[in-house]
Write a new protein. Structure first.
Length: 243
């Protein structure tokens, strides 16, 4: 399992059935009790999910929603996905299939955003920056879950900008187009590059930091990290496609 503040990625190591449900339930509910408000269940190793497993997921989805959080499922195989569709679980929680990634086409250089705004980040008050972005993005054609994920992803990028630089020049640029929202988070550090398909550096399971990029990639449709076109520093560009 990988944990960042307020976020946990839980990789289930086998089938989610009546024998494994009690253990998984204890683990997930401990995360919620400890204040985690975003849980991603990675089901890449789950071949079968029975009624007990479905009941667990539905119960924890409701519990997370009751405290203002979100639980979603990733990397479900076709059989597991079919069971979730039959049980209508897909109507209550975000579910993505194994190796299912949305293709993000390059933005037409002539495209003009519907609106654009700049948010300056106070390194001593990240909550205000997140709140400002959420207010602006509420007018966009996104579900509450999609908005939740986008704000979390941007928060990760802002946290990195503050963590790896003095944070005095961290900046967020929001741009809304007809088919997508593009968010640029920039800083004035030494600059960092990572290709779209390039693996992130390995992180020890006991380490407290170093998982932000993986989480961003889970939460949005595209993450591009490179040096700023002008000046010194890094630009993290995130794209969230609109339905």
């Amino acid at each position: 399992m990988e944990i960042c503040p307020n976020i946990a990625v839980v990789r289930l190591d086998g089938d989610l059935d009546v024998t494994s449900v009690p253990r998984v339930k204890r683990f997930v509910e401990k995360l919620i009790d400890d204040g985690c408000r975003r849980i991603i269940l990675n089901m890449s190793q789950v071949a079968v999910i029975d009624s007990a497993g479905m009941g667990l997921v539905l119960c924890e989805v409701r519990r997370m929603r009751s405290v203002g959080g979100l639980l979603s499922i990733t990397d479900a195989n076709e059989r597991v996905l079919r069971v979730m569709r039959l049980s209508r679980l897909v109507d209550f929680a975000p579910v993505s299939a194994a190796r299912c990634t949305r293709q993000v086409q390059e933005l037409d250089p002539s495209a003009v955003p519907l609106w654009r705004c700049i948010v300056r980040v106070n390194p001593c008050d990240l909550a205000s920056a997140r709140a400002c972005m959420e207010r602006r993005l509420r007018v966009v054609r996104m579900t509450p879950d999609q908005l939740f994920d986008l704000i979390l992803a941007v928060g990760e990028a802002i946290g990195n900008a503050i963590d790896h630089t003095e944070g005095e020049c961290a900046l967020v640029v929001l741009a809304c187009y007809r088919d997508r929202v593009v968010v640029d988070v920039t800083d004035c550090g030494c600059g960092f590059e990572l290709g779209p398909n390039e693996d992130t550096p390995q992180v020890d399971e006991a380490a407290e930091r170093g998982r932000g990029i993986k989480l961003m990639r889970l939460l949005v449709d595209s993450v591009t990290i490179g040096r700023k076109p002008t000046g010194q520093g890094t630009r993290v560009r995130m794209v969230k496609l609109l339905e």
